[in-house]
Design a protein around this ligand. Structure first.
Ligand code: HEM
Ligand SMILES: CC(C)=CCC/C(C)=C/CC/C(C)=C/COP(=O)(O)OP(=O)(O)O
Length: 298
């Protein structure tokens, strides 16, 4: 069947609109962390099977993407009034409601089936629970009601490395919980740094984010306090013997930079510093988990 150039361009534009709703770069880092969880679960000389690696990362990634599309569907009205999210097809109306519902159902069912058929039932159940935690508990129940939405909702975001661990071991043990805790405590400075320089956007949306409900100064203090707590939590992998000196040295350097930025957010705030801190928080998480993986094979 020959499609005219115009038709091809139109299809490509629609495909891109759907792709954007999956928040692909967030899925990428989440799947990266899940993969690290898998490799961290292997013992000396053991490797992750291709079946677990491929089906596990695909299943977790698809269910994460399903959660993000569901979030865009539910928040299409709010996203339309926020400058940062108004471009999304869900907010602009370029992507219809039926299409979004079918899309997140297809993503979610495929992800769950991959995990059930090729990984293990526990990983499928925990990943589905993570989906519910993010799509329903965070997006529908917490986000419109409390400034602690991202702290409690952060539990879903922290699950990927634990899910990766369970995909390999079929059980939850201390190292998986430690990796969960690192992302759980990382989430508030990650998000509140963004919320600070996007405060006007959130005020317009009516969402009870901390800078809107408690003001910038209190939020800036919380960014610093959670970053101090994060520094302590990132020492746990070394403290419990899960990771060695290479990881410890990497964590100390990465934490030092995060603390310096968080201190500036607290004492010498500018939107530019907050934007820089948000951007660094993403690089920080990727490098910290990357260092954990390198250390595992040293
Ligand atoms: C409740 C927890 C979290 C909240 C509220 C949150 C919030 C946000 C927000 C609002 C953005 C900007 C998105 C945009 O403008 O399109 C963002 C970006 C991002 N977040 Fe988070 N985040 C959370 C957890 C996580 C987790 C767990 C990860 C990865 C493991 C992550 C990775 C990223 C990445 C990679 C970006 C950049 C996306 C891009 O540039 O397209 N976030 N986050
Ligand atoms: C099933 C599974 C593995 C889920 C993945 C969990 C995960 C990585 C959650 C991250 C949470 C997140 C990025 C929230 C974004 O906030 P928001 O949605 O409020 O952002 P927005 O304002 O841009 O819509």
């Amino acid at each position: 069947m020959y499609l005219s150039a115009t038709r091809q361009q139109s299809l490509a534009r629609v495909a891109r609109q759907y792709y954007v709703l999956t928040k692909p770069r967030i899925v990428l880092l989440a799947v990266f962390c899940a993969m690290i969880g898998m490799f961290m679960a292997t013992t000396e000389g053991e490797s992750v099977s291709w079946r677990t690696l491929l089906a596990g990362t695909a299943g977790i990634g698809l269910l994460a993407a399903a959660g993000f599309v569901f979030n865009c569907f539910v928040e299409r009205g709010i996203d339309a009034v926020m400058w940062r999210t108004a471009h999304r097809g869900s907010a602009s109306g370029d992507v219809g409601n039926t299409g979004m519902v079918c899309f997140f159902l297809a993503l979610g069912v495929t992800g769950a089936l991959l995990l059930h058929l090729f990984v293990n039932p526990l990983t499928m159940v925990l990943t589905l629970a993570t989906f519910v935690g993010y799509a329903i508990v965070y997006t529908v129940l917490l986000k419109p009601r409390t400034p602690q939405n991202i702290v409690i909702g952060g539990a879903s975001g922290a699950m990927p490395p634990l899910l990766g661990w369970v995909a390999v071991t079929d059980e939850i043990t201390a190292p998986a919980v430690v990796m969960f805790l690192i992302i759980f405590v990382w989430t508030p400075p990650h998000f509140w740094a963004l919320a600070l320089y996007r405060a006007a956007d959130y005020r317009r949306s009516g969402l009870p984010m901390l800078p809107v409900t408690h003001g910038a100064a209190f939020t800036r203090l919380n960014v610093l306090l959670y970053t101090v707590l994060l520094t302590a939590v990132t020492l746990l992998p070394f403290a419990i013997g899960m990771s060695g000196r290479f990881y410890l040295a990497s964590a100390v350097v990465l934490d030092g930079i995060f603390l310096a930025l968080a201190w500036q957010v607290w004492r010498h705030y500018t939107d530019a510093i907050s934007r820089k801190t948000f951007g660094y928080s993403i690089l920080y998480l990727a490098l910290l988990f990357g260092a954990m993986l390198v250390d595992h094979y040293l």
